[in-house]
Design a protein around this ligand. Structure first.
Ligand SMILES: NC(=O)c1ccc[n+]([C@@H]2O[C@H](COP(=O)([O-])OP(=O)(O)OC[C@H]3O[C@@H](n4cnc5c(N)ncnc54)[C@H](O)[C@@H]3O)[C@@H](O)[C@H]2O)c1
Ligand SMILES: [Zn+2]
Ligand SMILES: [Zn+2]
Length: 388
C-alpha cells in the first residue's frame, strides 16, 4: 500500500510499504479516509524528536472505516466509520482508569528512551517516533489500531470527515488545554499560537464561559480565524505581548495562559536568536519563547496550560515567576478519550465545527507538498488533509 514516510530530516516520500495486519486480539484494521497534518509532525520532520527511523510512516489525526476486527474487539464493527484518538490507551491501567490516557502504562512497547530522558514514559502515539512506541501512522491506506474498543470512536452519520478528522487530535487537545486551566465564567484567557490546536483551545475556553479570549500569532489568516471564533487577535510582531496583555487586562494579566506553540517557537528580538542558536548546537532541545511569555504574562495565582509539545530541556525558564506568583502549571499529550465522545456528539448537533481548519484537501501522493505548505504556512495552509 501507499504511505507517506519520513526518510530523513526534512525528507518525506510516498512509498510502497507492506499492508498492516492484526497483531493482537484487540486490534482493528482501519481503512483511512482522511488523515491530517499536525504541528507535532513538524517537530519530527525538523529532526527534534529522537528515535525516528527512515521509513517511519507519519500521521496521527485521522478517520476511516473499520475493515477487520480481532476476536476480542467487542464494541467496534466492520463497516463502522471511526475517529481514532492520536494517543493510545489500554483502558485498564491505573492512568487510563483515572482519565489520564496519555500516561497509559501499557501502550508504549519501547519506554526506554523516555525513561532515560524524563524518568518515565508516556503512552504510545501513532506515527510519532520509536520513543512513542514506533506505531505506523495514518498517512497510509490502512492502519492497525491497537485496543480498538478503547481508541476508535464511532462517528455520527451527519458529521463529515472534514469535521470528524479533527475530533481525533486538534479539538480534544484544545479542549484539554482549557480544561487543565479550569477555565470558567468570567475568566480572561490568552492563547499562544493560532494553529488548529490554539484555535480549538480558544473555542473551548469560550464554550466553558471565558469572558474574553486573546489569541496570539503573527499570521493574519490564522488570527482572522481565531477572531471568527470569538477571540481577540494579538499580533506579536506588531505589539509587545507582555505589555499588550497587561494593558488589555487592567494590569492584572490573564487568568489562564494556554501555550499552543511548542518547542519550535518563533519570535522577535535577541531571545529568538539566542534560542535558535542554542537549539541548533543542541545546548537545549526546545525553544521556550512562547512558554516563557505565558509564565510571565499570567496573573498571580493563575494557571499556565501547556499543549505545545516539548521533548526535553528548555533554557532560561522563568522559575522565579512561577514560584513567586504562585502559578499552577499543567500540560500533557492529549487525554483525548475524555473528550472525543462529547466532541463528536456536539459536532453532530452542529455545536462544534472545526472544518475551517481544513484549508488544503490533498491526495496522499501530494503529501510532501502538503507538508511543505503547512510547515512554511504558505497559501494560508492551516491543515492539509490527505485522502489515500
Ligand atoms: N498536547 C498534545 O497532545 C498535542 C496535540 C496536538 C498538537 N500539539 C502541539 O501543539 C502545538 C501546536 O500545534 P498546531 O497543530 O496548532 O501547530 P501549527 O504549526 O499549525 O501552529 C503553531 C502556531 O504557533 C505560532 N507561533 C509560533 N511562535 C509563536 C509565538 N512566539 N507566539 C505566538 N504564536 C506563535 C505559529 O505562527 C503557528 O501559527 C505544537 O507544538 C504541537 O506539537 C500537542
Ligand atoms: Zn497532533
Ligand atoms: Zn492504560
Amino acid at each position: 500500500m501507499k504511505a507517506l514516510c519520513w526518510t530523513g530530516v526534512n525528507e518525506l516520500t510516498v512509498e510502497d510499504v507492506p499492508e498492516p495486519h492484526l497483531l493482537n486480539r484487540q486490534d482493528a484494521l482501519v481503512k483511512v479516509t482522511a488523515s491530517s497534518v499536525c504541528g507535532s509532525d513538524l517537530h519530527l520532520l525538523d529532526g527534534y524528536v529522537p528515535a525516528m527511523l527512515a521509513g517511519d510512516v507519519l500521521g496521527h489525526e485521522f478517520v476511516g472505516e473499520v475493515v477487520e476486527v480481532g476476536p476480542d474487539v467487542k464494541e467496534r464493527r466492520v463497516g463502522e466509520r471511526v475517529a481514532v484518538c492520536s494517543i493510545l490507551g489500554c483502558g485498564r491501567c491505573r492512568y487510563c482508569r483515572e482519565g489520564l490516557w496519555s500516561l497509559c502504562d501499557n501502550t508504549n512497547p519501547n519506554p526506554g528512551v523516555q525513561e532515560k530522558l524524563n524518568g518515565h514514559s508516556s503512552a504510545g502515539i501513532f506515527g510519532y517516533s520509536h520513543a512513542m512506541g514506533g506505531f505506523a501512522g495514518s498517512h497510509a491506506e490502512y492502519v492497525r489500531v491497537p485496543y480498538a474498543d478503547v481508541n476508535a470512536f464511532p462517528v455520527p452519520e451527519n458529521v463529515p470527515d472534514s469535521n470528524a478528522v479533527f475530533a481525533s487530535d486538534a479539538v480534544p487537545t484544545g479542549w484539554m488545554g482549557a480544561d487543565l486551566g479550569q477555565v470558567g465564567p468570567g475568566d480572561v484567557v490568552a492563547v499562544w499560537g493560532c494553529g488548529g490546536v490554539g484555535q480549538m483551545a480558544a473555542l473551548a475556553s469560550l464554550r466553558m464561559g471565558a469572558e474574553r479570549v486573546i489569541a496570539i500569532d503573527r499570521f493574519p489568516e490564522r488570527l482572522g480565524m481565531a477572531a471568527a471564533i470569538g477571540a481577540e487577535p494579538l499580533d506579536y510582531e506588531r505589539a509587545d505581548v507582555l505589555d499588550a496583555l497587561k494593558e488589555m487586562t487592567g494590569g492584572r494579566g490573564p487568568d489562564v495562559c494556554i501555550e499552543a506553540v511548542g518547542m519550535e517557537s518563533h519570535g522577535t528580538g535577541p531571545q529568538y536568536v539566542y534560542d535558535r542558536a542554542k537549539q541548533a548546537v543542541r545546548l537545549q532541545s526546545d525553544r521556550g519563547l512562547a512558554l516563557r511569555q505565558a509564565v510571565q504574562a499570567c496573573r498571580k495565582g493563575g494557571t499556565v496550560s501547556v499543549l505545545g509539545v516539548y521533548v526535553g530541556m528548555v533554557d532560561k525558564f522563568p522559575m522565579g515567576a512561577l514560584m513567586n506568583k504562585g502559578l499552577t502549571m499543567r500540560g500533557a499529550q492529549q487525554h483525548g478519550h475524555r473528550y472525543i465522545p462529547m466532541i463528536l456528539d456536539r459536532m453532530s448537533r452542529g455545536e462544534i465545527d472545526a472544518s475551517h481548519l481544513l484549508t488544503h484537501p490533498m491526495r496522499l501522493d501530494d503529501g510532501p507538498e502538503g507538508y511543505e505548505l503547512f510547515k512554511r504556512k504558505l497559501d494560508g495552509c492551516v491543515r492539509a488533509v490527505f485522502r489515500p
